[in-house]
Design a protein around this ligand. Sequence first.
Ligand code: NAG
Ligand code: NAG
Length: 404
Amino acid sequence: MMCFKAIIALLTIGVISAEVFFEEKFENENWKNDWIYSKHPGKEFGKFIHSAGSFFNDAEADKGIQTSQDARFYALSKRFDGFSNEAKPLVVQFSVKHEQNIDCGGGYVKLFDCSLDQTDMHGESPYEIMFGPDICGPGTKKVHVILSYKGKNHLINKDIRCKDDVYTHFYTLIIKPDNTYEVLIDNEKVESGNLEDDWDFLAPKKIKDPNASKPENWDDKATIPDPDDKKPEDWDKPQHIPDPDATKPEDWDDEMDGEWEPPMVDNPEYKGEWQPKQLDNPNYKGAWEHPEIDNPEYSPDDNLYLRKEICTLGFDLWQVKSGTIFDNVLITDDIELAAKVAASVKDTQSGEKKMKELQDDVQRKKDEEESKKNTENHDEEDDDDDDENVDSKNESEDNGHDEL
Ligand SMILES: *[C@@H]1O[C@H](CO)[C@@H](O)[C@H](O)[C@H]1NC(C)=O
Ligand SMILES: *[C@@H]1O[C@H](CO)[C@@H](O)[C@H](O)[C@H]1NC(C)=O
C-alpha cells in the first residue's frame, strides 16, 4: 500500500515538473496554418501533402506530412515559444516512414533559435541541433546528430546506422544536463555516451610534447645482423642457366639460322641474395613513444549540452525519390512521456506490415496474370518502369542556381 502511494507521489512530481515544448501530430489539414515554407531564392521547393501513405495501421491517426515531388529540396518549419534546456533533459523525437523505398534523401529535423527567418530557411541557416536519419545509396545510411557549439556544427564521431525499410520508425535524441546523451530508434538505445568524448567540441586534453623528439642514439631495431655469419663460398650461382635438356633441332642450319644456343631456364641451385642471420639487438630500447603533455588549449566546459534558445523546428532536406512521411514530432524534457509515445510504434508497424502484405499479394497476382498475357501475345511495347533516372543533384547552392 505504502509502496503504491509512493509511486503515485513520484509520478505526480514527475508530471508536474515535466514540460512539452513542442508537439505536432498533423491530425488534420490545419497544420498548413502553422507551418511555413521557405522562399529562399534559387530553389523550387517541394510540397508536403497530408497523408498516411499507401499502407498504414490507422487511416486517420497515421496521417503525417509526406514529401510529394521527386528530386526536390524541402524546406518547411514551425515556430513555437522559445525555451532553454538549462538544467533539464532535452528530448527530440519524431517518426519517419520511407514508404517509397528511399534511394537518397534526408529524414532529419533541425532545431533553430528564434533568430531564424522561416521564409528564408535554407541549407546554410545556422541551427542548434540536426537529428535523424539520412540515406544516400548503399554508402550512407546513418543517423545524424549534429550539435552547434560556438557557432560551428559538430558531427557525432560515432557511426549510428538508421533503418532503411519502408515502415514507420521513431527516432529519439536525449541530451542530459550532465552532458551525456542517448539515441534511440523505436525506443531501443542504439548509441549513448558523453558529449565531450563523442564530439570534437573541445581541443584535445593531451597533446604530444612539441619539445620532445626521439633521441638520436635511440636504438629501435629489435634485431641486428650476426657479425660472425659469413657468406658460404659456394653461395653465388647464376640465376639462369642454359637448359641442359635442350637439344639442337635436326633441321637447324648454322649458316642460315646462326649458331644454335639452348634456351635459358631457372637454375635450381640459385639461392638468391645472401642475408646474414639476425640476432637480438642487445641495445634495443623498444619503439620510442612521444611523451604527452596537458594541452594548453584545452579548457573543459560543463555546458556542452546547453542550448540557450530553441524556437523553431524545420525539415530542411533533399530527396530524390519522394514519399517520406514525418509525424509525431515531440520536444519535451519528459523522457518517460517520449518513451510512452514511441511505444505506439509496435502497433503502427504491425498494422503497416499486414496491409502491405495484402497489397503485395494482390500485386503479385496481377503481375502473374500480366506476364501470362504477355507470353500469349508477346509483341507488346516495352513496359515503362517509371524509372525516370533522376540525375539532378543536391550539390552546393551555387550550381543549384543555373539548373533552375
Ligand atoms: C545530398 O543529400 C543526401 C541525402 O540527404 C545526403 O546524404 C548528401 O550528403 C547530400 N549531398 C550534398 C552534397 O549535400
Ligand atoms: C618548450 O621549451 C621552451 C624552451 O625551454 C619553453 O619555453 C616552452 O614552454 C616549451 N614548450 C612546451 C610546450 O613545453
